[in-house]
Design a protein around this ligand. Structure first.
Ligand code: NAD
Length: 472
């Protein structure tokens, strides 16, 4: 008989314990890094459009106060439990430590089906949830800063910011109370696609080293690699789009809640999205075959599979049938520990969530910095840089007697705007962090990236505690 699928919290605990053995730390310190510091569980009434009142359950978990504020998304999901929120909050602590974002981890959510509520109910729910967080000091620019997650997006973040502002008037850094806001409400360009773009940079990095790629039976680089993506929400859509458009990978299958489609010669992600917008489904996309079950997409013949929907998608049950050489965890917790053991035994590479989907929090950190400094990145330097580059080119042209074509001149003169700086910081973070994880694996004789990533996180959080003098 198969083991029951472990909860995300159980999986995260298991991954943590495996890595903690290698950290050789005092057991009390290991416990402190593992446990959740604070959880607020609430129930409150929200009115439906027809006047009915529903009492909803919601949570906010602040996993680690070793650095403040804490940071983590808010999800709307019908299956949400406190345990899941705590597991996701723990993952955020380790994620921030791995990519060098100076926050503790948090996560929140409401137990509600995001597809079954009206816009009016959604707004009342989001505002009431924010008011609950304010009342217990579980939100604030220096306390705890939410962001989008499964079932939420820019619109919910705008309602959160607006409610916080109304309840905390005169707060100097109001808009730093939440990230993932619309641009017009002090958001940052590049946040919406940040997690998916980070997933693309991370997969690219996993294929950058010829020896690493050869060990998987693959050639170096993304162009031509066959990719399957499960989930076309914020993370999955952007990951698929960048993999196809920038990485020149071939998207051979896509899965959404209604089913999956397969086309060995490749799918155009934007065209599939247009088809879904027009018909309400990705199924029956011209030139593609419908698969019997959405989950079948994970088992399609390909080089890279990207689960980008929910946790617990690759388990001991279906892991033996996964044909991809690389499992890239864009979602949180899509592979269970026993599923992962089977993938490793088959020589596959799992690029772990705790690293791979950290692009969102990385750019959220930039948004928070922008909000507390009250200035856009690039505003002060862009024009100055352009003038300097121009002067330099003019001197060069004068000295050489040659002049550049206008298009090349424009590219070289360009002073970095906010979006350029955000994308460059994201790329640098994903490349550097992959390197840090690989080094940790090598230095500790670890075969898998997840254990190395968790070990790196544990070491970094431990350093903060020991530096503060809390632990010897
Ligand atoms: P989202 O709600 O925008 O998208 C999720 C998509 O998955 C939806 O389109 C949904 O219909 C689809 N889906 C649900 N069940 C499915 C199934 N069984 N098969 C195929 N598709 C299915 O959510 P998101 O923000 O893209 O988050 C997705 C995952 O990424 C979650 O695990 C989340 O915790 C994680 N994540 C999100 C962010 C972020 O910035 N949004 C950051 C880090 C991690």
């Amino acid at each position: 008989m198969q083991n029951p699928v472990p909860s995300l919290h159980e999986s995260v605990s298991d991954f943590f314990d495996r890595a903690a053995v290698h950290a050789k730390l005092e057991p009390g310190l290991v416990s402190q890094i593992k446990v959740c510091n604070a959880v607020y569980r609430m129930r409150f009434p929200v009115k439906h459009d027809d006047g009915r009142i529903e009492v909803v359950e919601a949570f906010r978990a602040e996993h680690s106060h070793h650095r403040l504020p804490t940071k983590g998304g808010i999800r709307f999901s019908p299956h949400l439990t406190q345990e899941e929120v705590v597991g996701l909050a723990a993952l955020m602590t380790y994620k921030c430590a791995i990519v060098g974002v100076p926050f503790g981890g948090a996560k929140g959510g409401v137990k509600i089906d995001p597809h079954a509520i009206s816009d009016g109910f959604r707004e009342r729910l989001t505002r009431r949830y924010t008011a609950e967080l304010v009342s217990k000091n579980f939100i604030g620019p220096s306390v705890d800063v939410p962001a989008p997650d499964y079932g939420t997006g820019e619109r919910e973040m705008a309602w959160i910011a607006d409610t916080f502002r109304a309840l905390q008037p005169g707060h100097m850094h109001t808009y730093a109370c939440v990230t993932g806001k619309p641009l017009a409400l002090h958001g940052i360009p590049g946040r919406k696609e940040a997690t998916g773009l980070g997933v693309y940079f991370g997969i690219k990095e996993a294929l950058a080293d010829p020896a690493d790629a050869a060990a998987l039976g693959l050639t170096r680089g993304l162009p031509g690699k066959r990719v399957v993506v499960q989930g076309l929400g914020n993370v999955g859509y952007h990951a698929a789009k960048f993999l196809q458009q920038d990485g020149k990978a071939v998207i051979v299958a896509l899965a959404e809640i209604e089913g999956a489609i397969h086309a060995p010669d490749g799918l155009d992600v934007d065209e599939v999205m247009k088809h879904r917008a027009a018909t309400g489904s990705i199924l029956d996309y011209p030139g593609a075959t419908n698969l019997a079950r959405a989950a079948d997409a994970l088992e399609v013949d390909c080089d890279i599979v990207v689960p980008a929907a929910l946790e617990g998608q690759i388990t001991a049950e279906n892991a033996p049938r996964i044909r991809a050489k690389i499992v890239a965890e864009a979602a949180n917790g899509p592979v269970t520990p026993d599923g992962e053991a089977i993938l490793h035994a088959a020589g596959k590479l799992v690029v772990p969530d705790v690293y791979l989907n950290a692009g969102g929090v990385t750019v959220s950190y930039l948004e928070w910095l922008k909000n507390i400094s009250h200035v856009s990145f690039g505003r002060i330097s862009a024009y100055y840089d352009e003038t300097e580059h121009s002067r330099f080119l003019e001197t060069l042209e004068r000295l050489t007697g040659k002049s550049l074509p206008e298009s090349e001149r424009k590219t070289l003169v360009h002073g970095a705007r906010e979006i350029d700086l955000v994308r460059s910081a994201l790329a640098e973070t994903m490349i550097r962090s992959y390197d840090d994880i690989r080094r940790t694996a090598r230095d500790n004789g670890l075969a898998d990236l997840r254990t190395a990533a968790f070990l790196l996180a544990i070491q970094r959080v431990a350093t903060t505690y020991t530096t503060m003098g809390i632990f010897p």
